[in-house]
Design a protein around this ligand. Structure first.
Ligand SMILES: NC(=O)C1=CN([C@@H]2O[C@H](COP(=O)(O)OP(=O)(O)OC[C@H]3O[C@@H](n4cnc5c(N)ncnc54)[C@H](OP(=O)(O)O)[C@@H]3O)[C@@H](O)[C@H]2O)[C@H](O)CC1
Ligand SMILES: [K+]
Length: 506
């Protein structure tokens, strides 16, 4: 799914209104119905006493009024609070206010105007609050009376659901000023870029998005460097196996991993590579890793280094279809030199993770040796070691895109909404995964999956998108059974099979 900026969304909005054609008030109604359909399933009316909708006077407030009316129609007890902080009202806000007033006249909805925090009501414990104060029209940081009201609301214990954008959050740049702290955000048509960055989680909560019927052809024609990885994209990438296929056609991966005390990383990556469907896997380990590897992963072949404890040299590189290097490798001098030699002599996309990235961070001149189309999989700390400190995630994302373009590589920045940046400067944000995956070895599993997919002739972009998605999906299935707290990297490997089964059914 493409992610549009606020300006582009407004253009898509205007295009839809002009070409569907649809009146703007009817588009607002459609958006509000989409919200309401989700809301009634998520918060059935038996689960709380009342809904209070807090509205600004722009179109976000207009949505809020339409939602209040639609919820009343569905049998909810609804109160509307209109923030009287400006005289500017949009036409669609006015029309919807008129419609709600008719309900008020029938004693079906309560409407109250609020001009300051002192006039805010005390909400009951069972009330749910809908934030329709400001949406994508935010054009300056929130201060003054509205900031006081937001602070007041944030102090309340009630569940808060934001319409389109949590009030105060800038969608395309870092947020400053007061913000509502929503528990849920329901975004129209696309998630906003800001929702994908951790610093905004506090404001956005869990987000969902759904189409409000904006013109799909127009959206397809708009240029955007940002995509959200949904099942649609993954479905197009995933290749079913040929009935007559055999292990010879699924490639032979070489994993260069592990050092004394860090063989677990190599084991996890090797198991993941096998579970991701590789035909054959050879794992190159120092002598100390021989027995543990043969015992822990009998399906893998082992190539032994000359050194007892670390990686120093590997032969026969051309015979492997894919190479991945780095998990648990160490950054000792001889390993560094061996990595440098390899990078210079490899001539095909390679997966680089963990200590391979730490070594690159220490020797920035070596970035130019990385084969084009390679995949680098840093977590934020490794990213910082390679490319330096940043102020926030918008800046980090810009840097990630720039470096991917500069070196002609794919950079997978791991975290919530893992982001794949391509050599063309496009970003794909993952939609699967959960906080339980922030556990030792989780990254090693991803590296193994990527090597397994590349071996099966997924191209690097396909491997990145499918890899991060299925890694997250395995995590989500595992968390359902094991809980986020107890989830281990080994579980991710064990649930990969179930994730593939789910993928087949998409
Ligand atoms: N395509 C869609 O996604 C649709 C979206 N809809 C909804 O429309 C809003 C956007 O509505 P808009 O009227 O453009 O803007 P807002 O309601 O968010 O804001 C209204 C005005 O608030 C003022 N403003 C801006 N920043 C501040 C601030 N810091 N403090 C106080 N007031 C502020 C500003 O007016 P000014 O004259 O004061 O500059 C805004 O114009 C979108 O989010 C959706 O909810 C449609 O309903 C359907 C299609
Ligand atoms: K809002």
């Amino acid at each position: 799914m493409k992610i549009l900026s606020t300006t582009q969304t407004r253009e898509a909005d205007a295009y839809t209104i002009a070409h569907e054609p649809i009146l703007s008030i009817d588009l607002m109604e459609r958006a509000s119905r989409t919200f309401t359909s989700w809301f009634v399933k998520k918060f059935p009316k038996s689960t709380f006493e009342m809904v209070s909708v807090i509205c600004g006077k722009g179109n976000n407030g207009g949505d809020g009024l339409a939602i209040a009316r639609l919820l009343e129609e569905r049998g909810y007890d609804v109160a509307v609070f209109i923030l009287n902080l400006t005289d500017n009202e949009t036409e669609d806000f006015k029309t919807n206010l008129e419609r709600v007033r008719q309900l008020q006249d029938l004693n079906k909805v309560v409407i109250k105007e609020v001009s300051s925090v002192e006039e805010m009501p005390v909400f009951g414990g069972d009330e749910i609050l809908i934030d329709a104060m400001l949406g994508s029209g935010l054009n300056r940081p929130i201060t003054g009376a509205l900031a006081d009201i937001l602070h007041f609301l944030n102090e309340c214990e009630n569940t808060v659901v934001a319409v389109d954008v949590p009030t105060g959050v800038f969608t395309d740049m870092p947020t400053v000023g007061a913000c509502i702290e929503a528990d849920y955000t329901f975004a129209f048509e696309f998630p906003k870029l800001a929702f994908l960055f951790p610093e905004n989680f506090h404001y956005v909560g869990d987000f969902v998005c759904a189409s409000i019927g904006l013109d799909q052809k127009y959206i397809a024609s708009v240029d955007s460097p940002y995509y959200y990885i949904t099942s649609d994209i993954v479905k197009r990438i995933y290749k079913r196996r040929d009935k007559f296929a055999h292990k010879g056609v699924f490639g032979h991966a070489l994993l260069i991993m592990g050092s004394y005390g860090k063989m677990g990383a190599a084991i996890l990556a090797t198991r993941a590579c096998l579970r991701a469907g590789v035909g054959l896997v050879t794992v190159h380990v120092p002598i100390c890793g021989y027995e543990v590897m043969q015992t822990a992963v009998p399906e893998a072949m082992v190539s032994l280094d000359e050194d007892r404890f670390i990686f120093t040299k590997v032969y026969d590189l051309p015979k492997y279809s894919t190479i991945a290097i780095g998990c648990g490798l160490s950054t000792k001098n001889r390993t560094r030199n061996a990595l440098c030699y390899m990078l210079k002599h490899l001539n095909r996309p390679t997966v680089l993770d963990a200590d391979a990235l730490n070594i690159l961070g220490q020797s920035p001149d070596w970035f130019e040796y990385i084969p084009k189309g390679s995949i680098l999989t840093p977590h934020p700390k490794e990213f910082e070691r390679m490319f330096g400190k940043v102020y926030d995630n918008f800046e980090r994302n810009e840097l990630q895109r720039r470096k991917a373009q500069e070196f002609g590589v794919y950079i997978i920045l791991k975290g919530a909404n893992t982001c794949v940046a391509t050599p063309e400067g496009v970003c794909y944000f993952n939609s699967t995964g959960n906080p339980g995956m922030g556990t030792a070895g989780s990254g090693d599993v991803l590296t193994g999956i990527l090597a397994g997919l590349l071996s099966q002739e997924y191209d690097p972009l396909e491997a990145c998108i499918l890899g991060v998605y299925i890694h997250g999906l395995a995590g989500d299935i595992a968390a359902e059974v094991e809980s986020e707290e107890s989830l281990t990297a080994g579980d991710l490997v064990n649930y990969l099979g179930k994730a593939f089964l789910k993928l087949r059914k998409l």
